[in-house]
Design a protein around this ligand. Structure first.
Ligand SMILES: CC(C)(COP(=O)(O)OP(=O)(O)OC[C@H]1O[C@@H](n2cnc3c(N)ncnc32)[C@H](O)[C@@H]1OP(=O)(O)O)[C@@H](O)C(=O)NCCC(=O)NCCS
Length: 105
């Protein structure tokens, strides 16, 4: 878990989750450099999202957050993450969007 700054989320989400103080955090996601580009990063990210979605059933939180290293913003955007207003390297995706996306798999 990680603290969230509600004011840095889009207004609609701020209103919807006024009492939320924490989000789920994806950290240290990585693939051995010898295995890059073979789909393992996608698999790991989807697995992490599925685990956090499951955790959110027990400990309610509205968003999942990642701090993207240099050059990786586009990797996360490809999977539906959006950059925070105040920090382009910090991105979020809502639990609602994760639930909807994973239900389509
Ligand atoms: C980022 C990382 C996890 C991606 O893993 P990967 O196994 O190479 O990625 P995949 O092969 O699953 O790629 C999935 C998709 O993401 C895209 N992608 C991969 N790396 C990307 C990058 N740096 N920027 C944008 N898109 C990227 C791929 O092109 C692919 O899209 P496609 O299917 O349309 O071609 C891996 O490069 C890594 O471990 N990096 C070093 C550690 C790190 O920086 N982790 C992130 C901490 S925030």
């Amino acid at each position: 878990m990680t603290p969230i700054e509600l004011r840095c989320l889009p207004t609609k989400l701020q209103k919807k989750h006024q009492s939320s103080t924490s989000g789920g955090l994806i950290a240290r996601l990585g693939v051995d450099k010898r295995c890059k580009g073979q789909g393992f990063g996608e698999w790991l990210l989807i697995d992490a999202l599925a685990k956090l979605l499951s955790a959110s059933d027990s400990v309610a939180f509205p968003v999942i957050i990642v701090e993207a290293k240099d050059g990786l913003k586009h990797f996360y955007e490809k999977y539906g993450f959006t950059a925070f207003k105040d920090d382009e390297s910090k991105l979020f995706i809502t639990i609602a969007d994760v639930r909807e996306s994973l239900s389509e798999l």
